[in-house]
Design a protein around this ligand. Structure first.
Ligand code: HEM
Length: 399
């Protein structure tokens, strides 16, 4: 009976519908326990995959499961999104390997370290301006202002146009509805279209993560304009929105968990553990899709070509089979699977070193400039869920 009612409830599950937010972790825990590959009828039907083992199985098998999936993501604002496959993000091996090779060097540790000074300057500027105020709305005043400029730099947007991209990208943060997301996305699409066109005519063919993809030949050809646009849009989302959400989620965690905050204020060597634990506890990439390519079985469920899956990364990181006391935020974790929040298999996060560097700089600075903060009394922080997990509003005050 219990199993039946869980199946019934999940049948209407829509990860983009914000009414799922308050109970999402309870629902995912129930699914891990009683219905690990669960059918939803939303968006013409898909399966929610919630256990760590099943998520890893799918992520590591690019022959049976394709990363190209329609209708479950949030890129509908990109023209021809439904008929276009984004280089890298939506490609499968061996083509994916070609794209990964084109981009790997930009995200390796030494290349990322070259951005360190720039990230420090942007972070200092934002936090030095906000800290004396004694209160702020974290998402708009801190979280969205730093990664927006960093992703513009990594994409090779000239410095005088970085604030424009940053502003357009910030409009994408935590939209209240799919319609709002579409409106915000349209401006960004136009900006990126211009950046791509400008790069087509360049002599220099590989200085940044956009130029390199514009000029690369993979699988015997160059990417089309529509493919480049989807790629660029996804790169901004992957590099920017994820970091905004992680900063906001961690600020909320630290505001509500003064013991952990004071521990890290006193011992900065714990900052990397703090970052790994927030990526486990509230993985900013909450759930991404796959399409089944061949007959197979997963978690006892028969799957057929064309079936779509939603890999709930933020559920795999809380799988009680591998992670002790998964709902608790703890700095001392060593267990298997605690890093699943960065993904698994060939699509595992390419920007991981950049994200770690950026988040480390931001939290080192925040904990120096405003070590004591709390949620503003009388306000209620609002979380989000969807492809991404984060925070819509977070009012803090500090002494
Ligand atoms: C804390 C922040 C971040 C988290 C939690 C995160 C998480 C993830 C996850 C789970 C995936 C795999 C998705 C899938 O397989 O469907 C992924 C892929 C990816 N991430 Fe991140 N990410 C973060 C930050 C970044 C940043 C800052 C960048 C770049 C500037 C980035 C670039 C990418 C790219 C390019 C991919 C696709 C790789 C591929 O398809 O081969 N990410 N990320």
């Amino acid at each position: 009976m219990v199993g039946e009612s869980l199946k019934d409830r999940v049948r209407s599950f829509d990860h983009h519908d914000q009414s799922v937010v308050p109970t999402i972790h309870t629902l995912l825990a129930e699914l891990r326990q009683g219905c690990p590959v669960a059918r939803s009828e939303a968006y013409d039907g898909f399966y929610v995959v919630s256990r760590q083992d099943d998520i890893v199985t799918v992520a590591k098998d690019g022959e049976t499961f394709s990363a190209a999936v329609q209708g479950l993501g949030a890129v509908a604002m990109v023209p021809d999104a439904e008929t276009t496959r984004a280089p890298l993000f939506e490609s499968d091996p061996p083509v994916h390997t070609g794209w990964r090779n084109v981009l790997q060097g930009f995200f390796a540790r030494p290349a990322v370290r070259a951005h360190e000074q720039f990230i420090r300057e942007v972070t200092d500027q934002v936090i030095d301006e906000v800290a004396p105020r004694g209160r702020c709305e974290v998402v708009g005043d801190i979280a969205a202002r730093i990664p927006s400029v960093v992703i513009a730099e990594v994409m090779g947007v000239p410095r005088h146009r970085q604030q424009e991209l940053a502003r357009l990208a910030r409009d994408l943060v935590a939209p209240a509805s799919v319609q709002d997301a579409h409106r915000a996305g349209a401006g960004l699409v136009e900006f990126l279209r211009g950046e791509i066109a400008e790069r087509r005519d360049r002599e220099d063919t590989g200085g940044d993560v956009l130029t390199a993809v514009v000029h690369a030949e993979v699988d015997g050809r160059r990417a089309t304009d529509a493919e480049l646009l989807k790629y660029a849009f996804l790169m901004v989302s992957a590099g920017f929105l994820t970091t905004v959400d992680t900063i906001s989620s961690l600020m909320l965690q630290l505001a509500e968990d003064p013991a952990t905050r004071r521990r890290v204020v006193a011992d900065r060597t714990l900052v990397p553990a703090l970052i790994e634990e927030i990526v486990r506890h509230e993985s900013a990439v909450a759930a991404t899709g796959r399409t089944v390519l061949a007959e197979t079985t997963l978690g006892g469920v028969d799957l057929h070509p064309g079936d779509r899956l939603l890999l709930a990364w933020g559920s795999g990181t809380r799988d009680e089979r591998y992670v002790d006391d998964p709902a608790t935020f703890r700095l001392d974790r060593q267990q298997r699977g605690r890093d699943l929040g960065w993904g698994s298999g060939v699509h595992r996060c390419l920007g991981m070193h950049l994200a770690r560097l950026e988040l480390g700089i931001v939290f080192d600075k925040v904990l120096t400039a405003m070590p004591e903060f709390e949620v503003e009394p009388g306000t209620v922080p609002e979380r989000t869920y969807g492809v991404l997990r984060g925070v819509r509003h977070l009012n803090l005050r500090w002494s």
